[in-house]
Design a protein. Structure first.
Length: 148
């Protein structure tokens, strides 16, 4: 009768007494600690990116790469175009590009594109203006803007 077995008192073993073929609790804990230390000494995984600290400010300054036909032509002479935050300046843009892409920036030119009036039938509105930066890199350095 298995139902009545739950009411029986179980025998409690004392620390000094052990059965044949069983280990003491302290021995088992010692083995677990050894296993933990062995697992911690596993070689750390190397990240594919360089170990530079990127701040979230860099992601706020650079909105996205500005990809047009002219922008792709400028990549041949080491110039890349980015849409940037409207209040950013040249030094902030330089630092952001150097942090994110790990390259050396030679010069930064900034262009402010004004808002333009657009019409669709009777309704008229405004196309938003934005700020873009043309970043020139040193010779021999490249940025992978579009993954192939």
């Amino acid at each position: 009768m298995a139902l009545l077995d739950i009411f029986k008192k179980k025998k409690v073993e004392k620390k000094g007494e052990t059965k044949k073929g069983t280990k003491e609790v302290s021995e088992i804990k010692a083995e677990k600690k050894i296993e933990k230390h062995a697992k911690e000494k596993v070689e750390p995984k190397e990240s594919p990116r360089p170990k530079t600290k990127t701040s979230s400010i860099a992601y706020r300054i650079l909105k996205k790469p500005h990809i047009t036909e002219r922008a792709t032509d400028l990549t041949k002479i080491n110039q890349y175009i980015f849409e940037v935050w409207p209040r950013s300046n040249k030094t902030e843009i330089r630092k952001a590009v150097e942090e994110l892409y790990g390259v050396n920036v030679e010069s930064v030119n900034v262009i402010k594109i004004p808002a333009k009036k657009r019409r669709l039938g009777k309704t008229s509105g405004w196309k938003k203006g934005y700020k873009k930066a043309i970043v020139k890199l040193r010779e021999g350095e490249k940025i992978e803007v579009l993954p192939r």
